[in-house]
Design a protein around this ligand. Sequence first.
Ligand code: HEM
Length: 363
Amino acid sequence: RPLRPFHGAHQSGILGDPVAAATIVAFDLTLAGKQALTRLLQTLTTTLRSLAAGGLAPSPGIADTAGTGLLGPSAPARSLESVVALGPAVFTDAFGLAAARPRRLRAMDTFPNDQLDPAWCGGDVLITLQGHDRDIVTNALREVCRATRGSMQIRWKQDGFTSPPRPTGHPRNLLGFKDGIAGPDPANDSQLESLVWAGDGEPSWAAGGSYYVIRRIRMLVEFWDRVSTSEQERMFGRRKGSGAPLTGGAEHTAPDYTNDPNGSAIPLDSHIRLANPRTTKTASSQFLRRSYSYDAGVDSVGNLDMGLMFGGFNADLDRQFVTVQKRLADEPLVDYITPVGGGYFFALPGVRDPKDFYGSALL
Ligand code: HEM
């Protein structure tokens, strides 16, 4: 798909389907005060704007280099999408922003079955960079780090990827199932207003932004690969091959819970049925999922360390992600997945034009 433009009411990396390569990086601020934060967000704006435009990033004035040079003398245009989000500690008196905090923003909750490692949790600034090519993403991260040195430092970083269609439709996650099928339609503005963009009850600067939940979820893949396909399908509620719901049809057919009230086709405790029971009452808990697979090598006892960088964009963190996560507590899938990190962030409203910058209405 063509990548989205940098300028607009919303950030470029939110609405589009996940692309081949991404990196998700949390930074801690090493600066003090609102003025320094403003300068940082201005620098991030010029850096990401120019990376998205192609050509060379502006020199931040260190040495006499013009850029990292990873992409040769000139980078291709429209090859990068990004999301810049802020963590809860930014909205405090230290930055004169306590009163401006998005009302749901806080340190990530710990849910039953979580085994959170503090080294993989939280952060003040979260940046997601994504593109069709890995080198574009790596170059963008290097430029961001180069331009912001002294203002923030990396807390954790996870590269992610998305499979191509196998053989058609949505990409498959590392449990082998098509992922990202159901959810709000990115072309339906009224759905996005109620499910993705923050609005009601939020400070006015936050309009056009979104609560961005990241969960680093390890998959116990060796264990999973010994489970029969039919049992795997009952855990999700969908066919592994086609992605179709177990009540029939194709990938995009809606699951038919009305004619399956006792869960004989799609078990009542399956992932999709718990996550979205498709009742009038639960419709407002849907949110936009934007996740990437990750492969982090091997753990200390020789098991593959891979999983999902689960991403979700929400108009209201509690009404949506938190409600869905609570419904999923103790689903059968918990034997095969373990959340180990992540955080709650607020994705800033988009940078509207060449004169605007991230958080201009906040600062
Ligand atoms: C649907 C996988 C974690 C919420 C799905 C589907 C798969 C899947 C294969 C069906 C296809 C689709 O509609 O996209 C996984 C895996 C996870 C994970 C492997 C962890 C490693 C989560 C978490 C949440 C979540 C943490 C939210 C708290 C949903 C929702 C749906 C869904 C809302 C759509 C249900 C519907 O509308 O029918 N997931 N998921 N998932 N998942 Fe997950």
